[in-house]
Design a binder for this molecule. Structure first.
Ligand code: ATP
Ligand code: MG
Ligand code: FE
Length: 355
């Protein structure tokens, strides 16, 4: 089976052609991702209207490029998969409408894919990971710990009650006068900083529920920065290092509890694993923290290549293929994009409708 995937939910325009063998192995035949970073960086964040226009301008060309790299034409693919939520509505409309138009013109089935399901299933494309496993999604828009039990079968164990982790990095950077996106800038500054100079809060640490909270951390960073006059590069480095340390401690506690709960619910799971997804997965402190935590708990730590952790169309194509493989029906061409679309609600709705 071969499928064309389309992703336009945020600030990356992407297209990919992915194949799935009968034995379940996946191959990316061709893919392209166009980041709109330059168009948004002057504004210090993603501007929805600019994003939607940029998707319109780029998508056709990118689909052509992905097909060319794969050596395929639209007639060769078995189906179309397009992100239909959650995300910025303008971009979602562009991608889903394009997917519908191709599906209609070529008489191919359309799969309207949940962007989060794409992130959740990527580790099966890259590492052939068996169900069940845990996925930590840490991006600019999401911070979630999700139990992935099967295709279309997800349970959200924890989520942020305020800022997403990537957002916390971005806001911290902004407070300190570092460039956007903040994650890489904070990480770089932290390399020469003293992580023990400031003791920042570790929200929710010790609590039984598996949620996250990062807005208090941001406030503490602001207060630290305001307490120093003038702020030197070394101060900034120390604040960044201390910020990352607080994040690492928080994640260790939260995810550690998640691993424990997984053991309790699946005591016989042969190959328990934690998968990381989202742009913050680029962070080396986060990676080493999760690696250590997994080693200690005898979990496999799976970190797909960064290009597949951040937004891309291969994961959307793959999610479509996985749904085809388990016999889920394609979507009706009347399907509408949804700016909000929780992963576990999807599972419930699908079961309810018998789809
Ligand atoms: P979503 O995919 O949830 O809609 P998004 O497109 O903003 O949101 P990604 O593109 O996956 O998410 O990730 C971008 C985020 O990752 C930004 O907040 C950025 O600061 C953060 N990030 C990138 N690199 C690093 C890093 N090295 N350390 C920490 N954070 C990072
Ligand atoms: Mg992005
Ligand atoms: Fe994403």
């Amino acid at each position: 089976l071969t499928i064309l995937g389309i992703e336009t939910s945020c600030d990356e325009t992407a297209a990919a052609v992915v194949a799935r063998e009968v034995d379940g192995r996946g191959t990316i035949l061709g893919e392209v991702v166009l980041s709109q970073l330059d168009e948004h960086s002057a504004y210090g964040g993603v501007v929805p209207e600019i994003a939607a226009r940029a998707h319109v301008e780029a998508l056709d060309t990118l689909i052509g490029q992905a097909l060319a790299r794969a050596g395929k034409t639209l007639d060769d693919v078995d189906a179309i998969a397009a992100t239909s939520g959650p995300g910025l509505i303008g971009g979602l409309i562009v991608g889903l409408m394009t997917g519908k138009a191709i599906a209609r013109a070529k008489g191919k089935p359309l799969y309207a894919v949940n962007h989060l399901e794409g992130h959740a299933l990527t580790a099966r494309l890259t590492d052939g990971l068996p169900f069940p496993y845990l996925m930590l999604l840490v991006s600019g828009g999401h911070t979630q710990l999700v139990l992935v039990r099967g295709v279309g079968d997800y349970e959200r164990w924890g989520t942020t009650i305020d800022d997403a982790l990537g957002e916390a990095f971005d806001k911290t950077a902004k407070l300190l006068g570092l460039p956007y996106p903040g994650g890489p800038a904070v990480e770089k500054a932290a390399e020469t900083g003293n992580p023990d100079r400031f003791s920042f809060p570790r929200p929710l640490v010790g609590e039984k529920r598996l949620d996250f909270s990062f807005s208090g951390l941001k406030t503490a960073v602001r207060q630290a920065a305001q307490s120093i006059e003038p702020v030197t590069d070394q101060d900034i480095a120390d604040i960044c290092a201390s910020f990352q340390k607080a994040v690492a401690r928080t994640l260790k506690d939260r995810i550690g509890r998640g691993l424990e709960r997984f053991r309790q619910e699946f005591p016989t799971a042969a190959d328990p694993a934690l998968v990381v997804a989202g742009g913050v997965a680029a962070n080396k402190v986060l990676r080493s923290t999760l690696q250590e935590l997994c080693d200690r708990n005898r979990f496999r730590f799976v970190a797909p290549p960064l290009s597949l952790c951040t937004d891309n169309a291969a994961m959307i194509a793959w999610a479509g293929l996985e749904r085809m493989a388990v016999g889920l029906s394609p979507d009706d061409l009347t399907v509408a994009p949804r700016s909000r679309w929780p992963l576990d609600e999807d599972a419930a709705a699908k079961l309810g409708s018998g789809k």
